[in-house]
Design a protein around this ligand. Sequence first.
Ligand code: SF4
Length: 324
Amino acid sequence: MKPLQEALLAWYRANRRPLPWRGERDPYRILVAEVLLQQTRVEQAIPYYRRFLERFPTLRALGEASLEEVLWVWQGAGYYRRAVYLHRLAREVEALPQGYEALRRLPGLGPYTAAALASMAFGERVAAVDGNVRRVISRLYALENPSPKAVWTLAQGLVPPEDPGEWNQAVMELGATVCRPRGPACPSCPLLPFCRGREDPGRYPGARRREVREERLAALVLWGRQGVYLERLTGRFPGLYGVPLFPLEALPQRVQAWGVRPLEAGEVVHALTHRRLRVRVYVAPWDGEGEDPRERPLPKLMEKVLRQAEAFLAHQGIGTLPHA
Ligand code: SF4
């Protein structure tokens, strides 16, 4: 093993954070962790990881559950497409195949996740390149805006034959805790002697700015005799429930279609990765039954909308929503 690899692995063994999926060899459990970590920070992901595996300990158990139950257990972790994806995969395959190429052929499994599984579960010598690894490699070789292929080739060249899964985790851990996007801790980095970008790490890999777009929406909280009107959502919250949500400019038509006279109850803002949703909340008494939102899986945005409606009603002395 080369000195660079020895240095990083020694650091990793002494400093890695004790995470529940560390050292895991079961490909299904690794998959759940990787899918969660795609859009959820490590500390937040831990309780969801535990809860999900407690309820669905195997791929088979997941495939046998209903989508609604899966979404219910996923509730709070956000980005529900991930849960829909896992559930669909569990219904389509009996077991996760061994090997990078076979994993890549599974629908929706990208190169990073396939490489993470292949290396960690099956010991295949393949580099798993996520944002952390891209940053470490770019700095280590002083590369500005390197192509994905260039990063992968360099990352692949570093993967040792013994325990490639541990190596991949070590590079990711370094990127997450030492070679951070802002303020890398170079003096305490095990790769300092080997790093070509250490004089000016902020230059590498160069900014990849993504614009955050804002969407202006309206949410209509219809307040019936037994609860709130809820419908099954599609689009970015497939399979979950919520009050009607639509572009703000469609409000007049929607209000007319429902035949209600809503009151404006304030606004909630909800941030997604590349989008900010600015949702104006309207409440209206409604001549229907409605249901208790606590009995349905709701995305976080809908929880915020209902809290806003509730606060408005209380503040105005109008009453409370039947669920709250
Ligand atoms: S020395 Fe600094 S820039 Fe280089 S890998 Fe370590 S933390 Fe990153």
